[in-house]
Design a binder for this molecule. Sequence first.
Ligand SMILES: [Zn+2]
Length: 400
Amino acid sequence: MSSAASVLERCARLGGISEEPGRLVRRYATPAMREANDLVAGWMRDAGLHVHEDAAGNLVGRRDGPGKTLLLGSHLDTVIDAGRYDGPLGVVGAIAVLERFWDRALPFAVEVVGFADEEGVRYPTAFLGSSALAGRFAPGWLDLRDAEGTTMAEALRAFGGDPGAIASAARRPEDLLAYCELHIEQGPVLERRGAPVGIVTTITGQTHAEVCFRGEAGHAGTVPMNARRDALAAAAEWMLAAEAVARRRQGTVATVGRIGVEPGARNVIPGVARMTIDVRHTSNAVRREAIADLRAEAQRIAAGREVDMDWEAHGETAAVPTSPDLADRLADAVEAAGHPPERLPSGAGHDAVTMSSLTDVAMLFVRCERGISHNPAEAVAEADVAVALDVLERFVGDLA
Ligand SMILES: [Zn+2]
């Protein structure tokens, strides 16, 4: 079997390890994650790696070497009703690349990391695994509870981790050479360009907020149209304005993903409409300008309709550029493999965001069918995975 075929076969096996029958769900520190870590640990040992799990539950396979350590990897947890490649492809692919170096010396150590939580599905915080490596795991997170009321500390202890020793998972920047992550694109750009792989330039910054319009609930039959303070109508007008604000700025994406209406009855004028907004751009300045415009539009619409508007900021993450030097090395490797070195930003967040606080980061995207991800229909072509493995092998050889 080719190594690409073997990678796909392993992703399929991991795709069968789920908390629920019939769909793929593998959240942080669950028995399904235990099973996945154990399976991948076996593959790591077969590849000659020394395996250990850190206190946060991250799986690490190490190939010793002199000097600093090159980190490769991605995450082994999934969203609910996930596809089988988002995350595991980067872990299984890295093991396959190291198998090609089994009889070759390298002037550095290499570790493959399977992060225990990237998606943040079980607890209301994401990137738990890479945060532990980056020394940014907040002790207070251990008290967070999942939907069943289990604290993170309890879950981690049951998993075999050590909540009291999370700090020991932190790495020292001076020990690290770089972090390189292989991941499916999760968008349609490479497919449109006809390229099997692409080099990530920047991981976009994000702003999240909750926007609430408050008008007055009233009888749907008796209050005339010109006397209404309809919160949902204000929200609808603002959603279209948000779309226009994003379209005015090349590369901006703005999404209202959830909306709640109160009281929410057929015969009652909506008194409250509450929605989330998610805005992303590769430039922090452009993203902040878009946010300022979105707030101004919300105020203008609220004033015109005599409703109140509340803007509750839910945090932001800055855009993270990948290392230009590592990106150039990946581009050289892609060209050497006979393909155009396509470069593109990542609209999704990745473990590389957190890892960038620790060391230089690089990301290689693999084309995925119709850009679909976070969906069981997620698909990659074996030929594209073969290109990605060749590129990573050249990249590692070039760093040597
Ligand atoms: Zn992912």
